[in-house]
Design a protein around this ligand. Sequence first.
Ligand SMILES: Cc1cc2nc3c(=O)[nH]c(=O)nc-3n(C[C@H](O)[C@H](O)[C@H](O)COP(=O)(O)OP(=O)(O)OC[C@H]3O[C@@H](n4cnc5c(N)ncnc54)[C@H](O)[C@@H]3O)c2cc1C
Length: 388
Amino acid sequence: MNLADYRRAARAWLRANAQSDDHPEADAITRAKDFMARLHDAGYSGITWPERWGGQGLTQAEERAFAEEARHYTLPTYVFSIGLGMTGPTLVDRGTDAQRERFVRPLLRGEEIWCQLFSEPGAGSDVAALQTRAERDGDHWIVNGQKVWTSVAQHADWGLLLARTDVEVPKHKGLTMFVVDMHHPGVTVRPLKDMTGRSGFNEVFFDNVTIPDEHRVGDAGDGWGVAVTTLLHERLSISAGVGMSGQKDNPASVEALREVVDTGDPLVRDELVELHIRTRALALFNQRLAQETRAGIFPGARGSAAKLLLAELTMFQADVATRLAGQEAALADHPLAHAISQAPGMSLGGGTNEIMRNIVGDRVLGLPPEPRVDKNVPFKDLKVGTQA
Ligand SMILES: Cc1cc2nc3c(=O)[nH]c(=O)nc-3n(C[C@H](O)[C@H](O)[C@H](O)COP(=O)(O)OP(=O)(O)OC[C@H]3O[C@@H](n4cnc5c(N)ncnc54)[C@H](O)[C@@H]3O)c2cc1C
């Protein structure tokens, strides 16, 4: 099918099937799963992913055509964003064939929901300081510990878990990555309410949870290498909005604001033009990174620059919306309240703005890296978390 026909077919499918419902509440999960199954069956989920694992094996041109058409809708894909943007690409890049065979197609069809279990109470920016332990027991591993800020864990079937398997070596070297069954006895998920009033993330506790060795991703001790793959995908997908939720229903977008403010006022026009330019510049930067990725040029740390720009754009957008709509925009029942109250989270989730700047300074600009006094110290001798 040529690209113009592909685009026409995608437009017709979206018109007939897209719903305007992006809330990860329990009663919406069934509808979201049903939508993902139809999206996959129609050939629009995993457009550039390998056919062998359930993707469509198409090019970035088709993916972009679909994304451009989908921008006119808010698709109910939020609950799948961790799987589609982070854990799925990690399994495609680093998993075994058996893991790809078992997990990727159900993920793309929305049959199974995924979460990412990295951060802990004592390990966020310095995630390599984490303390959740996985100890080998024959063909299995036994996991004990706690994670926090785990997005969509309350709905998840599977989690990508980073755990410590060796305390005798420096912190980055004693980690291993696993796929964990979120329904296994001993996994407890407690939703946390954030300032938007919703429970986007959770605390997750592991109490003698068993994981078969075939659910290990990468070698024992190479968890950090696998985590870096996940984090690179995470930053690219956050900045590119892989969840496919368009700007259509975002009340803080230029398109929405121009309908409700006085566009005859030159100061208002200035704000809208600035917001438009920043939004467009980031979209073009993301497009370029995506093109390079498909051409085999890995964007590496520049994905962190894109994620930083998105966090700053999101705050600027919330700021402009508040200035133009007035202070009542922050009241709970105002249409802009959610967009405004969730904006600061973007500066934290997926790595904070300060950490993104450190990465860009170190790996893009080649500035001297931060001093790492703990680089060669065995983990058990570090004063981190409950060891402090
Ligand atoms: C909406 C949202 C969703 C999230 N979803 C997930 C998820 O699904 N899975 C998951 O594992 N985690 C998730 N997180 C957690 C997120 O990755 C962490 O919040 C983030 O890495 C920061 O860690 P922290 O909160 O422990 O803050 P800390 O690391 O304690 O940082 C506190 C402050 O110190 C600054 N700081 C720390 N170290 C440095 C440094 N070296 N140089 C300069 N400044 C520094 C930070 O920038 C920050 O301002 C989510 C967070 C949010 C907000």
